[in-house]
Each structure stands twice: as structure tokens, then as C-alpha cells.
Design a protein around this ligand. Sequence first.
Ligand code: UD1
Length: 430
Amino acid sequence: MEQYIIKGGNPLVGEVDIAGAKNAALAILAASIMADETITIDNLPDVRDINVLLEAIEGIGAIVNRVDRSTVKINGSTIQNISVDYEYIKKIRASYYLLGALLGKYRHAEVPLPGGCNIGSRPIDQHLKGFRALGADVDILHGAIIAKSESLHGAHIYLDVVSVGATINIMMAAALSPGRTILENAAKEPHVVDVANFLNSMGANIKGAGTDVIRIKGVEKLHKTEYSIIPDQIEAGTFMFAAAATGGDVTVRNVIPKHLEATTAKLIEIGCEVEEFDDAVRVRASKKLGRTNVKTLPYPGYPTDMQPQITVALSIAKGTSIVTESIFENRFKYAGELARMGAHIRVEGNSAIIDGVDRLTGARVCAPDLRAGAALVIAGLAAEGITIVDDIVYIQRGYEDFEGKLRSLGAEIEKVSSEKEIRKFRLRVG
Ligand code: UD1
């Protein structure tokens, strides 16, 4: 089992390049199978979730050719199997995007019910409601969702909750459903827009992505394209908070500053200086951080995927802060781990109340999920002494070469998998 070992205390300084957005890439890869021609996708992040989804896509018979670390070619003309294997879906929840993609293209899809990050119950009723409205019969049989239709058609669909996954999944199926679909109360996240742009580059007719109402005119088929994925706003935000928590000075490059506005606003509120360039953002933390309150919300609100990272920064800020989670019900599981590092944090319902302390101290902690895992690494970088983070497999799901990028900013962090390697690190850092 791999772990991170960290000697905290170094301010992070320098420049770091951000990879393509994992959550956009997952949907775009699934959507790639909807054409019978070769799709080329660039700026792909080299992370575990992406590699598993590519295996799932190969598993249904598509041709997947990884040209290099960040480029892949996919050809869906050879698909023979509309049933996705449980092995993949249990590893990544987002393989449910193959439901919308296969249903749209073949009018039939069989995908096991998803697992994924353990951050509370994550229903997919809105996805299924959308497919049904488009004319599909949807059943759950033996743990799998089976969606079938003789003839799909456009529909007027109102989502009961703002869901990124449902918006994208319905958009994919509707792209190949004859007639007009109007999707109301749609999610507005940058990756929803990216998927719509991608589908449009394949010949789809989707308008309004990025607003509450998405209008889709079904087309007969989709064709080849070459597409570059947008930068990962959550990876970028994670490095921005790592700079803040360590009193550092970091420029995150290859980003779209507009997508980072909620994060940037909070960093400024807690006393950081943030400078925006065309495709980069510089974060400087030259004084003790200040307190704030924050509530997670759908885009353009403060992202739930940035909630653990801000909590870590607030745990060493001056004063009392309240962080409220309004998207997922069980997203403070890391609070106990952070408390083991000396944070004064108590969770009441869906809020965490954090009394800032002077310093955190290194401890052995366990990553409970992807973003909380990254946040515990930030805590380790800011803490005095040595921190060991267990279960980093979660972190590897979504961060490309996390330790390498942090090291390039001056962090003392190693990936280790034995007591011997841990001893070696301790000896080296003294
Ligand atoms: C996506 C992201 C995830 C992020 C989340 C919110 C991917 C692969 N994952 O997850 O990193 O944290 O958006 O920005 O892109 N809901 C329902 N019924 C549904 C669908 C969702 O009740 O059918 C609820 C969920 O339980 C949750 C809320 O809607 O409370 C938002 O979930 P959603 O936006 O769908 O999240 P995901 O797409 O799963």
C-alpha cells in the first residue's frame, strides 16, 4: 500500500502546470464512443480514474490508442457489447456516463449501479428520469441499470436537483435523440460546457450549456473530431490552497482564471494576494491567514470539491470559521484526521466549526476520499514535523504526479510503500 510521507514547514514557492480536467475528461471519453470515426482527445490528465475508464471503453470493444501521456485516440465503430463490466464501474462512478453514450448511439445500454468516492449517498434518479423522458425503458436488474428504447425522442426535462452527472448524461443521450430537448435547472459547471463543446465539435446541436437551460436538437449521427480538454479547476484550486496554507508564493499555469473565481475570492478574503494573468494565477500568502465562512454550492458557487482544502487552511487561520457542505451529506469524514494533527474542528450536521490554531503537528492520517486526501497532504505540508498519509490510492484517482508537482515547489514529500522507505526519508530529512 502506497503512502505519502511529508516533512512539513516549507512554504511552497514556484510555478506549477495544471493538467486537463478529470471530470470533463471522464465524460468526454465516454462521449467519444458515440461516433464511428476516430476521435482525438488531448490534454488528458494521467490519473487512475481516466485509465480505468479507458479500460472500460476498450472492454466494450472500442479501439483505444494512447498516443502519449495526454493524448488518446478512440474509435467506437468496433463496439460489440453494450454491457459494461462491474469491475470498472465499482472503481469509478463516472463510468455511468457510458449509459447516456450507449443509449444515445445504440438505443440500449447496460451499466452496473455505480460505487465511487464515499462522500454520502449519491442517487442517480435524475439521470434515469431524463432517459425515461427521452423514451427509454429503464430497469434495474441484478444490480445493473438497463436502458432500452426502440425510438428515442426529444423531451422537456426539469431536473429536481442541480446535478452535473445527470446534466451531462442526459445531454449525451439527447444529442442523438430526434427532436428538441429542453433541459431545465441544468448544472453550469465548466466541465458541462466542455462536454457540450466537445459534442458540438462532433456535429451535435447543443445550445445554452453554462446556463440553467440547455437546448438540444437531436442529430442523426456524430463524426470525428480533435479536442483539447479544459484545465482542471480543482487541481488548480488545490495548489492555490497549498500555497496559502504554507505561506507560499505559487503561480498555477495552464488555467482559466474565470473558472477559479470562487476559490480566488475566498483566498483574498482570508488575506492572500491573488494576481490573475491570461492563463495563470499567482497566490501569495505573506501574512497569517484570516477567518471566513463558506458554503459549498453548484457552480458558480464555491465547489464542494474544494471544501476540504479550504477547511485545512482555515484550521490554521486567526479566528473561528464555519464551513457548510450543501451538496453531499457525508463530506467531513476527514475532520477526525485533521483533529489528530491538532486542528480544533467540530462537525455539527452539515457544518464544520473551526477554531484556528497556531500550528498543526505531523501525524499518521488516512485519506478517506480523493479531495480530503489532497487536503490532508496540504495539512502535512503546513504542519510541523512528519506526516504520513495512508490510502493515497484515492488521491491518485484525480491528481497527476501530485508528489512530483509539490516537490517542484519545494515540498519535502515522497511516495513510499515500506517501513524501510519511511526510515530512509526520516533519516534524510533529519
Ligand atoms: C460531480 C463530480 C464531483 C463533484 C460533484 C458536484 C464528476 C465525475 N464528479 O459528481 O467531483 O463533487 O459533481 O460538483 O464529475 N443527485 C441526486 N440525484 C441524481 C444526481 C445527483 O439527488 O440523480 C444529488 C447528489 O446526491 C448531490 C447533488 O445532486 O447531492 C449533486 O450531485 P452531482 O452534481 O450529480 O454530482 P456528480 O455528478 O456525482
